[in-house]
Design a protein around this ligand. Structure first.
Ligand code: BMA
Length: 356
């Protein structure tokens, strides 16, 4: 009897151990993100190696690195325009370069996240055209179903091309259909019901994972601050790995920004625990950063007690001067950002590269 008991026990232990072992590149990244989160918050920056406040396309450059000496732990890249077969993104970045930078970031020990602002499949306008019942039209039975299916195929092909020189898939945090709780995108609340949104998310998930075998994507769900109910558009635990939130300060109002961050991250912390998901500030920034001490005194004061995996600052846009969200050489926030980067719990590539 005793022997059987021990046999059963050791079988259970074995099964438990093998279930916890990551089987895919995505599971490996999730495990790594959890380990990193115990050390602190990763700093991220959109299009970091592509262009900055006063330069563009020069290989090896980075506003973050030029201010604090290291690359951001997370780099964000944008795939809008890929679905039309274009060679460059809606922000003018060649997709071939995006592929290269995602691989380089992985090889140096960093992590990448991918956003997608596809054109409106009903009207042909950009992602910010909420008309044409576009989500209804891309779902089964809709007028754009075939076309949109091909767009997802192109996404799948691109994502599967993210490989190291020795052929290993490079995992990325994939964050489609973000800010759905607002009315500005064609997948947003203006003409899309929460039910249709969930179908869109699940369709995207199934197409990429099942048809294209994309087992290297960590799936992020990220409403915008000001949502009615954070979970209103949540497609379900099996389709989501990370809960995010996008919060900006466009009005130069430190108090309002702080209140939003604290409110939303309090909810995310609770929901993240309940659903056993990572949480992150998936987009942020104070436009133009007029407060020279914003990074340590506003941002860090607001987020430091929350268990977030990372924060992604939006781009220092080469094409729209008001879009400065990250410190840069010559910007008044430089000394403060260096101070921010020196905190024990703010993580850059060198801080995470040995955490597996
Ligand atoms: C927005 C702005 C736009 C940009 C888009 C996609 O928030 O930065 O200028 O085209 O993101 O990156």
């Amino acid at each position: 009897m005793k022997t059987i008991f021990y046999l059963v026990m050791s079988l259970m232990v074995c099964m438990g151990a093998s279930a916890a072992e990551p089987q895919t590149a995505a599971q490996e990244l999730i495990q790594r993100l959890k380990a990193i989160q115990k050390k602190g918050m990763m700093a991220g920056h959109q299009d970091d190696p592509m262009y900055g406040r006063s330069w563009k396309w020069e290989k090896g450059r980075s506003d973050v690195k030029e201010v604090c000496g290291d690359y951001p732990a997370v780099m964000g890249f944008e795939l809008g325009g890929l679905e039309l077969g274009r060679e460059t993104s809606i922000d003018g970045v060649p997709f071939a370069r995006i592929q290269e930078e995602i691989v380089d970031q992985h090889l140096r020990g960093g992590i990448s996240t991918v956003s997608w602002h596809p054109f409106n499949p009903s009207t042909g306008e950009n992602a910010w055209d909420p008309s044409g019942n576009a989500v209804k039209e891309v779902l089964k039975g809709g007028a754009q179903y075939e076309k949109f299916g091909k767009w997802l195929d192109m996404m799948g092909t691109f994502l599967n091309s993210l490989k190291t020189p020795d052929g290993k898939k490079v995992p990325v945090i994939f964050r489609p259909w973000h800010e759905m709780s607002g009315g500005w995108f064609w997948w947003g609340t203006k003409e899309t019901t929460p039910e249709q949104f969930k179908q869109l998310f699940i369709y995207t998930y199934e197409k990429l994972t099942q048809e294209h075998g994309c087992d290297h994507l960590v799936w992020a769900y990220s409403p915008n601050t000001g949502y009615k109910d954070y979970m209103e558009h949540y497609p379900g635990d099996e389709y989501v790995d990370l809960l995010g939130i996008d919060i900006y300060d466009f009005e130069h109002n430190n108090d309002k920004y702080t209140a939003n961050v604290k409110h939303d991250l309090t909810e995310l912390t609770r929901i993240g625990k309940e659903h056993d998901k990572l949480i992150a500030l998936t987009e942020t920034g104070a436009q133009r950063i007029p407060d020279p001490n914003w990074f340590t005194q506003v941002f860090w004061e607001a987020v430091k007690d929350f268990p977030i995996s990372y924060t992604l600052w939006w781009r220092n846009a080469w094409d729209t001067p008001k879009e400065i969200y990250m410190s840069a050489p010559g910007h008044p926030t430089e000394p403060d950002f260096r101070k921010f980067a020196k905190q024990k719990k703010t993580l850059f590539v060198k801080d995470i590269k040995n955490i597996k």
